[in-house]
Design a protein around this ligand. Structure first.
Ligand SMILES: Cc1ncc(COP(=O)(O)O)c(C=O)c1O
Length: 358
């Protein structure tokens, strides 16, 4: 299991807010503010997800405690908390963005999207909830587990393109031809609202704000949404993105503060395999991300296997978050990792295990 290196100098890292020192919890949120913020967050969740949120009142708890049954926070080891987005029936967090985004389109009949898998499954799932038809373009080598989710949910799945960004071009053309919305993952503000609710839940579920939240970055919407919520409520909490070094476009764009070009997206962490930056996502990450870390394929594999050793099935994108722990700056407080998905094919997991040498 990777360790958090407490001694690493913060100045070794590319960072925007290295001078931020986490303040004491009582300085950040007064008790009254905390109650109001929780209530606002709960109302927002209900608007976003409707019947998919359960409100539980815990015994001895004077507050209505908003909790989604499927997204608990659990402690991996002292100081490291996991936000379990992998436990949803789709095995990933993407439904939280797809449901509000499709709701915002209204009664459009059909929606077209492109995805390496999790976003496509979430779109199919949300479309089924709302009585829409989903057409999903996936790259030719999409994961079998993810294809299975999409097909089971009744999506019209089309395999086109060598990577996700090529599949996107096919999808865009199809949507234009049909005169229906093209749902571009990472370009819809409603997705960011859905993901912001994850940030709210993290803050609601911990007694005091963490020192950092660590979020894998593909197109950047997840960190964008979580980061917005965390920045608003706990500005001293670092908002750290992790990209696959083999798919660096969002880290490069964050460094440059504008979308830059890249020709690479060859990571086995298919949720992070983005080659073309979405301008809106770059804009949001420029506002909210404090650090952007890069992890190699070998490091991501270590993360996946470390989760597996802890009894958690994690796909590459989720493993990337765990594998970044040794690269974090010195932190005085808890770290939250978002376990973003579990949809890894059995043969890939077995291959990672067989390549792993202690
Ligand atoms: C499991 C998983 N984790 C993380 C990400 C990255 O999320 P985003 O593309 O919003 O940055 C994805 C994207 O597909 C994913 O599937």
């Amino acid at each position: 299991m990777p360790r958090v290196e407490r001694g690493l100098a913060a100045t070794d890292l590319p960072a925007r807010e290295l001078d931020v020192v986490p303040r004491a919890a009582e300085e950040r949120v007064g008790v009254g503010d905390g109650i109001r913020e929780r209530e606002v967050a709960q109302t927002r969740r209900e608007e976003l997800y409707g019947g998919h949120v359960r409100t539980l009142r815990c015994r001895g708890d004077p507050l209505p405690r908003p909790e989604e049954e499927l997204t608990p926070l659990e402690e991996l080891r002292p100081g490291v908390w996991l936000k379990r987005e992998d436990t949803h029936e789709l095995g990933a967090f993407k439904w939280r963005g797809a449901l509000p985004a499709l709701r915002a389109y209204g009664d459009v009949g059909t929606v077209v999207t492109a995805s390496t898998g999790n976003h496509g499954a979430a779109t199919a799932w949300a479309a089924a909830q709302l009585g829409l038809r989903a057409v999903v373009y996936v790259p030719e080598l999409a994961s079998a587990t993810k294809l299975d989710h999409m097909e089971r949910l009744g999506a019209d799945v089309r395999r086109e393109g060598a990577d996700m960004d090529e599949a996107k071009e096919y999808g865009r053309a199809e949507a234009a031809g049909l005169g229906v919305p093209f749902f571009e993952d990472g370009a819809e503000p409603a997705q960011y609202d859905g993901y912001a609710a994850i940030g709210d839940e993290i803050l609601d579920q911990l007694d005091e704000p963490p020192a950092a939240v660590v979020v894998p970055v593909g197109n950047g919407a997840l960190l964008g949404g979580i980061g917005r919520a965390v920045l608003a409520r706990a500005p001293a909490t670092l908002r750290i993105g992790v990209v696959a070094a083999a798919a660096p476009v969002m880290a490069d764009s964050w460094d440059a503060r504008r979308p830059v070009e890249s020709s690479e997206s060859g990571t086995f962490a298919d949720g992070l395999a983005v080659r073309v930056a979405i301008p809106y996502a770059v804009e949001v990450l420029n506002e909210v991300a404090t650090h952007m870390l890069r992890v190699t394929e070998a490091e991501i594999a270590e993360g996946v296997l470390a989760y597996q050793d802890a009894g958690i099935r994690a796909e590459g994108a989720a493993g990337a978050g765990l594998s970044a722990l040794p690269k974090l700056p010195h932190l005085d407080g808890a770290v939250v990792l978002v376990v973003t998905g579990r949809n890894i094919d059995d043969d890939l997991l077995a291959r990672l295990r067989s390549l792993h040498v202690d």
